[in-house]
Design a protein around this ligand. Structure first.
Ligand code: IMP
Ligand code: MG
Length: 422
């Protein structure tokens, strides 16, 4: 397998974790290059469910190496919990995990600020995961962040932390919020550093050697294209580049070493948190929730659901350079009589074929739908594309064609076996 970037082509939760796990069979190294523990990647192996937040999904496969790249923001305490949780279930976490010394750390004051800023926004809130992701990336951009490598020098770490706690507590006080305890953070983080220390290294050099030797690398995108800080429905976005370019800046692997970009799409669309969502549909939302589907893996929040939006995925193909797509959750539509697919947006008396930049304009867009007949049969036992009902095949081919990418994978359930490669 060549070096592949896997990106979410919608609003996150496309089922990237499962596809990554499937593709990891052919890769040697799996890299996370952006986001933090706001992500929730669900993988089911032999009926056992794993939800990963920071560690690349490749950790569940033997003899693969996982890299947390420089573009990730990581909360050391929750990373230690994740490592211990995996170890308790018999998953090896040792030399198979590397953490970039340049990855920025998330602190309790980031979480407190995330919470306060959301509260201040009232009805205009973003609906963040409250993991402190935005404030941590803001510190990185402000050049006041503290990085994983700093955990290796306790004295400098303590100095940097004291300065940050002082400033952030002043801000928190001005917002009438509870200050954080610098002493407590120092002791918790140095404790976490004992566990994480051996993993922290220069991952750029490691990846460079891997690239030179032709070792196949898989980049595991987190969140999705429309949550990208530049290309998403700003300001209802996350704070990193979730699109393909982010895999390069967030890992130090140069663009011309990437061979393929695979986009993951759900057979319909979902979104958690606030922000515009043209194809949102109350009927489909209640159908999917009624099936026990579409509850967030990180926050447990019910996801908003709607029809497949080809205007969005076509734009996503443009921004990411998507060559191939993986369609997930096709089985979610097994019981639907007629399926709508959005092929254009109506706004101000005109039909457009790309999402406007302003979120208020996106919110005003009315989808132009085509209707496709449902297949009304279970698909979750198919092992080959030819075993899917003809109408399900037509639907999958249609959404790939509208997106403008080659159909590569169809997923019809959470298990590894419920994956059809074309
Ligand atoms: P933040 O990343 O916690 O700042 O949240 C910003 C927006 O991104 C909110 O709408 C979140 O619900 C959304 N978001 C963040 N991470 C994920 C994810 O992994 N899947 C889906 N949505 C996400
Ligand atoms: Mg998720």
């Amino acid at each position: 397998m060549p070096n592949t970037i896997l990106v979410g082509a919608q609003w996150g939760d496309e089922g990237k974790g499962k596809i990554i796990d499937y593709l990891t069979d052919e890769a040697e190294i799996v890299v996370r290059s952006q986001g933090g523990n706001n992500a929730g990647h669900t993988i089911v192996i032999d009926g056992e469910k794993y939800v990963l937040h920071l560690i690349p999904s490749g950790i569940l496969r033997k003899s693969k190496t996982c890299v947390i790249g420089n573009g990730v923001v990581l909360d050391p305490v929750s990373l230690v919990q994740e490592i211990e949780g995996l170890r308790a279930r018999g998953v090896k976490v040792g030399k198979n995990l590397l953490i970039s010394d340049a990855a920025h750390l998330v602190f309790p004051y980031h979480r407190a600020l995330d919470e306060q800023r959301e509260a201040l926004k009232g009805g205009g809130k973003i609906g963040t995961t409250k993991r402190g992701i935005g404030p941590a990336y803001a510190d990185k951009a402000s050049r006041t962040g503290i990085r994983a490598g700093d955990l290796l020098s306790p004295e400098t770490f303590a100095e940097k932390l004291a300065a940050r706690v002082k400033e952030n507590n002043a801000v928190l006080k001005s917002l009438d919020a509870k200050p954080v305890s610098g002493k407590q953070i120092l002791s918790d983080y140095l404790e976490a550093a004992k566990v994480l220390g051996p993993f922290i290294t220069n991952t750029v050099v490691f990846l460079h050697h891997a690239v030179q030797q032709g070792v196949p690398i898989l980049f595991e995108g987190a969140q999705g294209t429309f949550l990208d800080i530049d290309h998403g429905t700003y300001p209802f976005v996350t704070s990193s580049n979730t699109t393909a370019g982010g895999a390069c800046t967030g890992s130090g692997v140069p663009p011309h070493r990437i061979d393929t970009v695979m986009g993951v799409v759900k057979a319909y669309t979902t979104r958690v948190g606030e922000g515009p969502f043209p194809t949102e549909d109350a009927g489909l939302t209640s159908t999917l929730h009624g099936m026990g589907r579409e509850f967030g893996a990180t926050t447990g929040r019910p996801r908003r659901c709607g029809w497949f939006d080809a205007v969005a995925t076509r734009y996503s193909a443009m921004v990411n350079g998507i060559d191939e797509i993986a369609i997930t959750n096709l089985d979610g539509l097994d019981g639907v009589d007629w399926i709508k697919v959005c092929v254009g947006y109506r706004i101000g008396g005109k039909t457009i074929d790309y999402p406007p930049a302003d979120h208020a304009d996106i919110a005003r867009c009315k989808p132009v739908y085509i209707d496709m007949p449902g297949w009304r049969k279970p698909t979750d036992h198919a092992t080959k594309f030819s075993e899917l009902p003809p109408k399900a095949r037509d639907y999958a081919k249609k959404i790939a064609a509208l997106t403008g990418a080659k159909l590569a994978i169809v997923s019809i359930g959470p298990a590894r076996s419920q994956t059809i490669r074309l």
